[in-house]
Design a binder for this molecule. Structure first.
Ligand SMILES: C[S@@+](CC[C@H](N)C(=O)[O-])C[C@H]1O[C@@H](n2cnc3c(N)ncnc32)[C@H](O)[C@@H]1O
Ligand code: SF4
Length: 503
């Protein structure tokens, strides 16, 4: 059974220009380079309205998903773009309290029995995947949440030991755990290190006491700094999550926070613009469609990027910066190289070769499926070989840069030729830089950073979008822009390595 994904339906992700025309299927016919350039110029009167919007995926979440029972063997049936390697994401939904701004699927409070039950369910899920992954090596594990370090030491040990037992984990695997202040006493950190954890992601958001007081996060700045100081000394490879764009935020709040962390020796920082539309609190209902802080956020983001650059931090994703000799974030980088990702836990998202999938969002259904010995997958979406290649290209362009030679070596497809006119048009319009075979978005593309990379969607994928009922095109602005620009390929995809392998 096919169905459309409704939960990510957000009308307000773009500001729509009333002059934009209705989609016209004749636009999918190949066109002259000059016409393509004019159409892109026209369509880009439509901007994304939040910046930098980080919950962005390609292909966009409007495509048809498949629901039903699936075995791990069926899920992982296609050849991989990265043979013999994979990674694991494991979701732990428990948190001390529900932060006002957070939009992740979390269970706040102390629920000892539920935690036990959940960890046992995760172990059964690992058992289902173990035989299928036995021939390959796991190169990174990410325990995310929620707040995994909210689990008691006994359950953290059970989880990490089960991962070691069921999967072949590379000796140099990057093993990350997410944490929040107040959940990481020194003995827990030492235990985690002993269990193989070698990277910490610590969500601290801000050191501004006044802002903190309004976020429903229960800790003191001094306590958080002490935990963090300990983590930097013991693990070294530590990221902190910070946020900006809060109401009433002093102009210097983000830079002051970053400066304090640099003084503490933190080697990796993530900076998130507050996405007020999707937070869990009722307040989200009243958030207007257009982000009044858009320009303030762009300004704050650029100031932070420059500040971090001066201190030797380099971007690994648009909003994540690290000092290369002191920190790593392989897990996230490899995700955009189409490395398979085994998803464990409720609502987790995974990637089997040419197949995006998500686990059950309902905890009850997640447990029910596992108790029947079934994989708790809720839905999946198949990618064509072309779409898989372009997932890598489009995501890398959106998040940092894309090296076209590497793509050619990996997939046997010259993307520079397939999209020759599109690249020329974007360079002429000043939105993309093309140097030595590497494509990068320019600062002028900031208002369109969710849109421009999507123009590299294969034309056959755009046909799917044209075929959607009108209500879907209206409700999902990103695909609407694709229908405004029409065809963008200069020539068909040649038969690449991925396609040959599946024949
Ligand atoms: C899975 S969450 C957090 C991990 C940890 N539990 C914590 O307390 O931060 C990952 C990060 O997403 C960011 N985040 C959560 N909700 C957000 C929102 N509404 N807008 C922007 N960023 C958000 C926060 O920086 C958060 O640290
Ligand atoms: S920000 Fe972190 S601690 Fe707060 S509710 Fe979200 S996941 Fe939990």
């Amino acid at each position: 059974m096919k169905h459309y994904h409704e939960s990510l339906n957000k009308k307000s992700r773009l500001t729509l220009d009333p002059l934009a025309s209705q989609p016209d299927v004749s636009m999918l016919a190949p066109m002259e380079p000059e016409r393509l350039r004019a159409r892109i110029g026209d369509a880009l009167r439509i901007q994304n309205d939040y910046y930098p919007c980080f919950d962005w995926t390609f292909p966009p979440p409007i495509t048809q998903k498949v629901r039903g029972a699936v075995t791990p063997q069926q899920l992982f049936e296609h050849p991989s773009a990265v043979p013999g390697r994979y990674s694991i994401y494991l979701h732990v939904p428990f948190c001390q309290s529900l932060c006002k701004f957070c939009y992740y699927p979390v269970i706040p409070g102390q629920h000892d029995d539920e935690m036990d039950r959940y960890v046992n369910a995760l172990v059964s899920e690992m058992q289902l995947y173990a035989p299928v992954m036995a021939g390959a090596e796991c190169e990174s594990i990410y325990l995310g949440g929620g707040t995994p370090t909210h689990l008691p030491p006994r359950l953290l040990a059970q989880l990490l030991e089960a991962l070691q037992r069921h999967f072949r984990i590379a000796r140099d695997a990057e093993i990350t755990i997410e944490s929040a202040p107040g959940t990481l006493p020194a003995d827990k950190l030492a235990l985690l290190k002993g269990l193989g954890v070698n990277r910490l992601s610590y969500g601290i958001q801000t050191l501004d006491e006044k802002l903190l007081a309004g976020l429903n996060r229960n800790y003191t700045v001094a306590g958080a700094k002490a935990e963090l100081d300990n983590a930097v000394r013991i693990l070294g490879n530590v990221n902190i999550d910070t946020m900006y764009g809060f109401e009433g935020e002093p102009k210097s709040a983000l830079l002051d926070t970053l400066r304090a962390f640099i003084d503490l020796g933190v080697p990796c920082v993530s900076i998130y613009a507050l996405d007020g539309q999707r937070c869990n609190s009722d307040r989200a209902k009243d958030v207007p469609a257009h982000d009044a802080q858009f320009d303030h956020k762009i300004h704050t983001y650029r100031a932070a990027r420059e500040f971090l650059d001066v201190h030797g931090f380099r971007p690994v994703l648009q909003n994540i910066f690290l000092q290369p000799e002191r920190a790593s974030y392989r897990h996230q980088l490899r995700r955009w190289e189409n490395l398979p990702l085994v998803a464990l836990g409720m609502s987790s998202m995974g990637y089997a070769p040419r197949r995006l999938y998500q686990n059950q969002i309902s905890l009850k259904v997640y447990y029910d499926k596992l108790s029947r010995g079934e994989l708790p997958v809720m839905e999946w979406e198949d990618l064509t070989p072309q779409l898989e290649i372009m997932r890598e290209v489009v995501s890398q362009l959106r998040f940092t840069e894309v090296n076209l030679k590497r793509i050619h070596d990996k997939y046997g497809v010259d993307v520079g030729q397939v999209y020759r006119d599109l690249i020329t048009a974007l360079v002429d319009l000043g939105y993309v830089e093309h140097r030595h075979g590497v494509l990068r978005l320019t600062d002028a593309a900031a208002h369109y950073n969710n849109i421009i990379p999507m123009l590299f969607a294969p034309d056959e994928f755009k046909e799917v979008i044209y075929g959607l009922p009108e209500e879907y095109r209206e409700n999902f602005p990103l695909p609407f822009v694709l229908t405004q620009v029409g065809a963008t390929q200069s020539r068909p995809f040649p038969m690449g390595k991925a396609e040959t392998a599946s024949c």
